[in-house]
Design a protein around this ligand. Sequence first.
Ligand SMILES: Nc1ncnc2c1ncn2[C@@H]1O[C@H](COP(=O)(O)OP(=O)(O)OP(=O)(O)O)[C@@H](O)[C@H]1O
Length: 420
Amino acid sequence: MSEISLELKNIKKSFQKGEDVLESIVKTAKKGEFVTLLGSSGCGKTTTLRIIAGLEQPDSGQVFLDGKDVTSLEPNQRNVNTVFQNYALFPHMNVADNIGYGLKLKKTSKAEISRRVKEMLELVQLPGFERRKPSELSGGQRQRVAIARALVNNPEVLLLDEPLGALDLQLRRAMQHELKRLQKKLGITFIYITHDQEEAINMSDTIAVMNHGRFEQIGTPDEIYNHPKTSYVATFVGNANILTGIVESIAEEESDGTSAQITVRTDAGKVEVSMDTAATSDRGYFPQKGEKVTIAVRSENIRFEENKKNAQQSTPNCTSENTQKSVQEPAEKNTDDSCDGLTAEVVEKTFAGGQLRVVLKTSEGQEIVASRYGIDTNVSVGEKVRCCFLPSDAVLVDQEERSEEVLPDQSGPCAGGTHA
Ligand SMILES: Nc1ncnc2c1ncn2[C@@H]1O[C@H](COP(=O)(O)OP(=O)(O)OP(=O)(O)O)[C@@H](O)[C@H]1O
């Protein structure tokens, strides 16, 4: 039996001539892997799922399930099931009949259907709900029934198209845990669609970030969040600030040559970025002196001096308002000696979701967002401040037009890859 549960080989799809909805996507999923397709509306997530389910035919390429080419098979001949956002339960049937429907089609005996339905209701924590109609259930309960119905046939792969999208935030969080628990217990491969980056990070073994019909980056939640390869990934997952500048100098940082510190001059000042040389050479891209580069820095990693007086007291760490991280890591480089920082004006302060969001603008109009826990900070709207970040908190990302995925080693922890 194959260790790979699902394989998409060079899948292409267009609905209108000349407009590729999917551009030759390549992806494998290992047995029991939780893979999330994450991307903005219209990037091709549902089309990918429908092609796996057999509800849509690709223009070219192949779908393999458990090592078998199923591209030309009908949906009911593939060992996959789908859970949709809108539950899609039969309203006239009770819970037991809804769950047992697939088994009935397969002419399974009544006793066996009854046993499996009971087992599934235990699994989704709804024992005793057999006789209820869908209209007598809450949203979360309906979705659990839909999941039970999809799992009753023991599919090789379960496809989930924004299954929690219709639920309120609290229920959504609870169901995320529940789904993850189920997936671990059953060891079934999940291909999960969401727009929600937090959901993707919380639940997935592997996240495939989609953009315009292709996988822009595939990796673990940590790789996607902390090491985005493109500015699209950096902004879509974690709302990073994107800065551009010219490489002024490159200095080797570690004696074993694993990282290099580059100094980048932006319109608003000079900054330092620590570059993982192994990762950049993997991608066949190493910036040269004088080259234009793009940097991503998360808002929580932007620090700023609140005023001149504080600034003098705060050296060498280039901030008086240390984030938690800067307090824990005061010795890390990016002192005032190595970094001019960026000069910017505070244009907005808002409080939402337990965090203060400070929007700054450089004289060239570049927006920089800094976030903090707490409801206020000493900077005022209209004040000029200097922003800094640790070199290790900045990531060099490809310009979007340059982004090209390298197909990772298929035996690695995040097997799969993409080619644009
Ligand atoms: N049957 C169809 N006919 C024509 N165009 C289609 C069809 N199905 C999808 N598309 C187009 O293909 C593109 C990708 O659609 P898809 O539903 O896969 O996106 P998505 O990433 O799932 O979006 P969302 O998150 O909004 O559901 C969109 O531009 C959509 O309009």
